[in-house]
Design a protein around this ligand. Structure first.
Ligand code: NAI
Ligand code: CS2
Length: 486
């Protein structure tokens, strides 16, 4: 049944002009969050509209409330995406989702059955960095209580990795080929990381299954990009005004989107390139570029912007010192660590990112980007610091970013106001960040948080640089410290 909310749609709202009854569930997607709705599902919607595929999504949620997906089902699985540019808006109703399962209703068996059906070729994932249950060394975190519970009862998994392994085990037992697993999260070498975690889990339950996955399954890496802030009352209002109706599953995002995919699938796949994606043999240069330039500067603006009293990325861009520091961070401290993808000029890439950040119609909260820093800092800042320490080159902006994070995770800002820190390691970080001297805080976080790779945890030069940056933030104030980077 399709709810009638769409009957109020303004004429300008684009709708699926294809017969959705002719679509087949060939892909399951785990994580019906804001990003998937505005990215993979949009590429697929466009491709279906071009008559180039009949593959559609079954959405899978392993956690959280059921209301979003239940409501979506009641509305015939249709939802709205508003591209909110600096100058123009564009609204479309997306039709590429046609089914769902929620763990709370289907249970582990229902989820395993849903991903192991004959027709399923692909399982894609957007479950945030922490959803991969990785240890600091990159393999599966065998100490994670949820991983332990899944390993003790692999037939009834609750984690993403446990679920993927159970689905693959079912396919093997039924004599089917495996599905392709397509990670679309902001992790470095996301396909490789997912493969490693899945194989670690599989080896712990069944060596023969692990060997089969190793030989037969495919885990292409991807670089994914589109700024899609969490929805707020304000953005729901923007959507309602633009589209003509309120849509609880609707999304407001920037117009830009990019998807670079390693072309390594078990069998078929939609030709997403026809809708603007890029298939390539080597995604790594794109991933590193995006993670260090975009996400690295995002984290810089998130911690130092939040502590400086700025609510959104667009607000930080109104401060010339922040804008310059973010650009300099990209060009002077991140670009030198990168091998640019073919045909890409990293200076132009940085300019374009600053342009995207300046979009006043995208209210991307610094607080949102500051979440889960323990999972983000390594690929966004620490790997680049490793480069600079080896090269003997300066990295004052990266140091200020990390020092800003060290103050942020204490849970108290420089005015003494509490910060709502969201991070799987929040409790541990708070204790380490609340020491009585800059020296003890910096060395405690470097050595005991589990966030810093071994080669950095005991680095005396890094410790000295972070203490200096930390003291500059506390003594001069955040805005002055950012301004002094010039
Ligand atoms: P969101 O908060 O809207 O959705 C997160 C999704 O992950 C939800 O479906 C949630 O149920 C699921 N999830 C979270 N933790 C999980 C766990 N432990 N196990 C299983 N499922 C879990 O976040 P959003 O905006 O969709 O972003 C998700 C990820 O997508 C990001 O962390 C990032 O890696 C990637 N991404 C996001 C972009 C954005 O601008 N929002 C852009 C590029 C990539
Ligand atoms: C952001 C990203 O929340 C964050 O950590 O840096 O989600 C960012 O918006 C996307 O990667 C843009 O593609």
């Amino acid at each position: 049944m399709t709810s009638n909310i769409f009957s109020a749609a303004k004429d300008t709202v684009k709708r699926p002009a294809y017969d959705r009854d002719k679509l087949t569930v060939r892909m399951c997607h785990i994580g019906f969050g804001a990003f998937h709705r505005a990215h993979q599902a949009v590429y697929t919607d466009q491709l279906i509209g071009m008559g180039k595929t009949d593959w559609a999504y079954r959405e899978i949620e392993l956690m959280g409330p059921t209301a979003l997906l239940d409501g979506l089902a009641e509305r015939g699985y249709l939802y709205t995406v508003v591209e909110n540019g600096a100058e123009a808006q564009d609204a479309r109703i997306v039709g590429s989702v046609i089914d769902h399962r929620h763990m709370a209703n289907a249970g582990p068996e229902g989820i395993i059955a849903a991903i192991s059906e004959d027709a399923i070729e692909l399982v894609s994932i957007t479950v945030t960095e922490k959803g991969y249950t990785l240890a600091a060394n990159g393999g599966l975190d065998f100490e994670n209580p949820m991983v332990k519970a899944d390993l003790a009862n692999p037939q009834a998994p609750k984690t993403v990795v446990g679920t993927l392994v159970a689905g693959l085990a079912r396919r093997k037992a039924e004599g089917k080929k495996p599905f392709t697993i397509l990670s679309c999260d902001n992790l470095p070498s996301n396909g490789h990381m997912t493969r490693r975690a899945v194989l670690d889990f599989a080896r712990a339950v069944d060596a023969e299954l692990a060997a089969w996955i190793e030989g037969e399954a495919r885990f292409p890496s991807t670089m994914v990009d589109r700024i899609v802030p969490a929805m707020t009352e304000e953005s729901h209002q923007v959507l309602a005004t633009c589209a003509g109706y309120a849509d609880p599953a609707g999304i407001v995002c920037e117009p830009f989107r990019q998807w670079v995919i390693e072309d390594d699938f078990v069998s078929g796949r939609p030709d997403w390139n026809l809708a603007g994606a890029t298939f390539t043999k080597d995604v790594l240069p794109y991933e590193n570029m995006k993670l260090r330039m975009l996400n690295g500067s995002h984290s810089f603006l998130a911690y130092l912007g939040y502590l400086g009293g700025y609510k959104t990325i667009a607000d930080t861009m109104g401060d010339a010192a922040y804008k310059k520091a973010a650009h300099d961070l990209m060009v002077k401290e991140q670009a030198p660590t990168l091998e640019a993808p073919e045909g890409v000029d990293l200076g132009d890439y940085a300019d374009a990112l600053i342009g995207r950040y300046c979009n006043p119609n995208i209210r991307h909260r610094t607080w949102q980007i500051a979440m889960d820093g323990s999972q983000k800092l390594p690929q966004r800042a620490l790997e680049s610091i490793v480069y600079h320490l080896k090269a003997g080159t300066p990295y004052p902006r990266l140091a200020l970013l990390v020092a800003g994070w060290m103050i942020y995770v204490s849970g108290t800002d420089l005015e003494g106001q509490p910060i709502d820190v969201r991070d799987p390691l929040a409790d541990k970080l708070k204790v380490l960040a609340s020491g009585d001297s800059a020296e003890s805080i910096v060395s405690g976080l470097m050595q005991k948080s589990g966030v810093f790779p071994d080669e950095l945890a005991k680095s005396a030069p890094l410790q000295a640089a972070l203490i200096e940056a930390y003291q500059a933030l506390r003594e001069k104030g955040v805005k002055a410290a950012v301004a002094s980077l010039a």
